[in-house]
Design a protein around this ligand. Structure first.
Ligand code: FE2
Ligand code: FE2
Length: 177
C-alpha cells in the first residue's frame, strides 16, 4: 500500500480563512511525495503505477477540481485586486488547466508514457502548490483586511463543505463512488 507519508511541516502561520485550502494542498503534496518515491526507479512495477493512477484519479475527482473552482471563483478574484503581480494568478489558472489536462491524459495512457506523465503531474502540482502556499497565500493574508479574510473564509468554507468536506482521510481512502 502506498500510504503513511508524514512529511508536511507547516513553517508559516496560515490565516484560518485559507486553512481548508491549505489542508487540501497537504493532501496533494502527499500524492506528489508518493509519485516521487515510487517512480524513482526506471521500471516501477505495474501494480505500483496502477495504485498511483488510482490515487491520482481519486484526488482529482474528490478534491482537486472543486479546489480549483473555489480558488478561481472565490479567492483569485479578490486576490487579483491586492497582489503586486496579478500575472501570478493568470499563471496559476493556466497551471490548473495543465494539471487537469495531464490527469486526463494519464487516464488514457499506460506503461512508460503513463509513468512519464505521472512524474510530470507530480512535478507541476508541487510547483503549483509551492507558489500558492509560499507566495500567494502569504501575500493575500498580509494584504487583505481582517473583514475581507473572514468574508472569503466563510465563502470558501461553505462551498467546500458542500462539494468536498474534510473527513480526516486522504481523498483516495474515501469511498464515495
Ligand atoms: Fe491552485
Ligand atoms: Fe491550491
Amino acid at each position: 500500500m502506498l500510504h503513511g507519508v508524514e512529511f508536511y511541516n507547516e513553517t508559516m502561520l496560515r490565516d484560518p480563512s485559507l486553512v481548508p485550502l491549505s489542508r487540501q494542498h497537504h493532501h496533494a503534496l502527499v500524492l506528489c511525495v508518493l509519485i516521487d518515491r515510487h517512480l524513482k526507479t526506471q521500471t516501477p512495477a505495474p501494480a505500483v503505477c496502477n495504485e498511483l493512477h488510482r490515487q491520482l484519479a481519486a484526488i482529482v475527482e474528490v478534491e482537486l477540481l472543486h479546489h480549483f473552482e473555489v480558488e478561481e471563483n472565490i479567492l483569485f478574484p479578490v486576490a487579483r485586486d491586492v497582489i503586486d503581480s496579478p500575472k501570478v494568478i493568470d499563471d496559476l489558472v493556466t497551471q490548473h488547466r495543465e494539471i487537469e489536462e495531464l490527469a486526463s491524459r494519464i487516464e488514457r495512457t499506460s506503461g512508460e508514457p503513463q509513468i512519464i506523465l505521472l512524474r510530470e503531474f507530480g512535478d507541476l502540482l508541487r510547483k503549483h502548490i509551492r507558489t500558492e502556499e509560499g507566495d500567494l497565500f502569504q501575500e493575500i493574508q498580509d494584504k487583505l483586511s481582517v473583514d475581507q479574510l473572514a468574508d472569503i473564509g466563510r465563502k470558501i468554507d461553505e462551498t467546500l463543505r458542500k462539494t468536498c468536506p474534510m473527513t480526516g482521510r486522504l481523498p483516495w481512502e474515501e469511498d464515495r463512488q
